[in-house]
Design a binder for this molecule. Structure first.
Ligand code: FAD
Length: 306
C-alpha cells in the first residue's frame, strides 16, 4: 500500500506529492489530467516569483518537479469511490482498487459554462472565468460579467477598478448577491446592470471577442453590446460528486476541511479548489497542498506501531 495517495494532479496535488515524497514515504498520485485547470489557462501573472508564464508551461513544470522524486504517477485515471478504514481504498472508474494509509484529495473544480455559441470558440480570447487572474488583461477595455450572484457582483466590483466599463448581466429579475455588495456595485460610476437578460451569443471577429447578444426576457427583444471581454460567473463546481455520502461536503458541494486539511474521515485530507478554503488560486492551492501533506505525515507518524 501507499503511505500517501493523492487524488488529483493540479497545483494542490503536485505540491502535496513533493512534500510527501521528500519525507521518504511511499507516495502515489492518481490524476485524470495532470496539470489540472492550469492546462486551460493562458497567461499566469500572479504566481509569486514567476513574473509571467503560461498555463501549459506551468503544468509541465509541475510535472517535472514531481518527477524529480520517487512518486508513482497514475495519469488519465479517474477515482470513483473512496472507502474509509485502516487502509483507505480509492476505487478507479476502470475498476482498480488502490490502498493507502492516508489519502489527500485534490480534485479541484470547474467553472460552470454558459453554453452559448461563441463561448468555447473565444475561451481565453476574450471569454474569461477568473477576474483575479484575467482582469488586468482587460485594462481600459469594455467587459461584461454574466451572473448576478455574489461571485458575479464581486467580479464586477473588482473589474470596475481596472477596466473602462462593466455591464453586469443577470438572468433573473433581481440580483442574488448580498445587499452590501449590491450597494457597492450601484455606487460605481462605470458599472451598468441589466436584469432579466438571457445571454444568447458571444460574438467575435474570428480571433477575439467583440460583442455579446442578450434577449430581454420581459419583452423578448434581442440586444447587442459591443465589448472586448466576457467574464462568466455562474458558479464554480467542486469535483467532489464522487465523495457524496462518504465525507462531509458543504452546501456548495465543497469538501469541509479544517485549518490542517483534515476531512471528516480519519486519514483523509483535502486541499485546493475542491475544498471550503476561500479564494481559488494557484498560489493558494499549492500552499494548501503542502499543508495537507504535512498534516498527513503528522497523522502517519502517530499511527500505532504494527
Ligand atoms: P485543479 O487545478 O482543478 O486540479 C484538479 C486535478 O484533479 C486535475 O489533475 C484533475 O484532472 C484531477 N481530478 C479531478 N477529478 C478527478 C477524479 N475523480 N479522479 C482523479 N483525478 C481527478 N489561478 C491563478 O492563481 N492564476 C491564474 O492566472 C489563473 N487563471 C485561471 C484561468 C482559468 C481559465 C481557470 C479555469 C483557472 C485559473 N486559475 C488561476 C485558477 C487555478 O487554475 C486553480 O485555482 C488551481 O488550478 C486549483 O488547483 P487544484 O490543484 O486545487 O485543482
Amino acid at each position: 500500500p501507499f503511505d500517501v495517495l493523492i487524488v488529483g494532479g493540479g497545483p494542490a496535488g503536485a505540491a502535496a506529492a513533493i512534500y510527501a515524497a521528500r519525507k521518504g514515504i511511499r507516495t502515489g498520485v492518481l490524476a485524470d489530467r495532470f496539470g489540472g485547470q492550469v492546462l486551460d489557462t493562458l497567461a499566469i501573472e500572479n504566481f509569486v516569483s514567476l513574473k509571467a508564464t503560461d498555463g501549459p508551461k506551468f503544468a509541465v513544470a509541475l510535472e517535472e518537479h514531481v518527477k524529480e522524486y520517487d512518486v508513482d504517477i497514475m495519469n488519465t485515471q479517474r477515482a470513483s469511490k473512496l472507502v474509509g478504514g485502516k487502509l483507505i481504498e480509492v476505487h478507479t472508474e476502470t475498476g482498480a482498487v488502490l490502498k493507502s494509509k492516508s489519502v489527500i484529495i485534490a480534485t479541484g473544480a470547474r467553472w460552470r459554462e454558459i453554453n452559448v455559441p461563441g463561448e468555447k470558440e473565444y475561451k481565453n480570447h476574450g471569454v474569461a472565468y477568473c477576474p483575479h487572474c484575467d482582469g488586468p488583461l482587460f485594462k481600459g477595455k469594455r467587459v461584461s460579467v454574466i451572473g448576478g450572484g455574489n461571485s458575479g457582483v464581486e467580479a464586477a466590483i473588482d473589474l470596475a477598478g481596472i477596466v473602462k466599463e462593466v455591464t453586469l448581466i443577470e438572468y433573473g429579475n433581481e440580483l442574488r448577491a448580498d445587499a452590501v455588495l449590491q450597494r457597492k456595485l450601484y455606487s460605481l460610476p462605470n458599472v451598468k446592470v441589466i436584469k432579466s437578460a438571457q445571454t444568447t451569443e458571444i460574438h467575435g471577429d474570428g480571433k477575439i471577442v467583440n460583442g455579446l447578444s442578450y434577449k430581454d426576457r420581459t419583452t423578448g427583444e434581442l440586444h447587442k453590446l459591443e465589448l472586448e471581454g466576457v467574464f462568466v460567473q455562474i458558479g464554480l463546481v467542486p469535483n467532489a460528486e464522487w465523495l457524496k455520502g462518504t465525507i462531509d461536503l458543504s452546501a456548495h458541494g465543497e469538501i469541509e476541511v479544517d485549518a490542517r486539511g483534515h476531512t471528516s474521515l480519519p486519514g483523509v485530507f483535502a486541499a485546493g479548489d475542491v475544498t471550503t478554503v476561500p479564494f481559488k488560486q494557484i498560489v493558494i492551492a499549492v500552499g494548501e497542498g503542502a499543508k495537507a501533506s504535512l498534516a498527513a505525515f503528522d497523522h502517519l507518524i502517530r499511527l500505532p506501531v504494527e
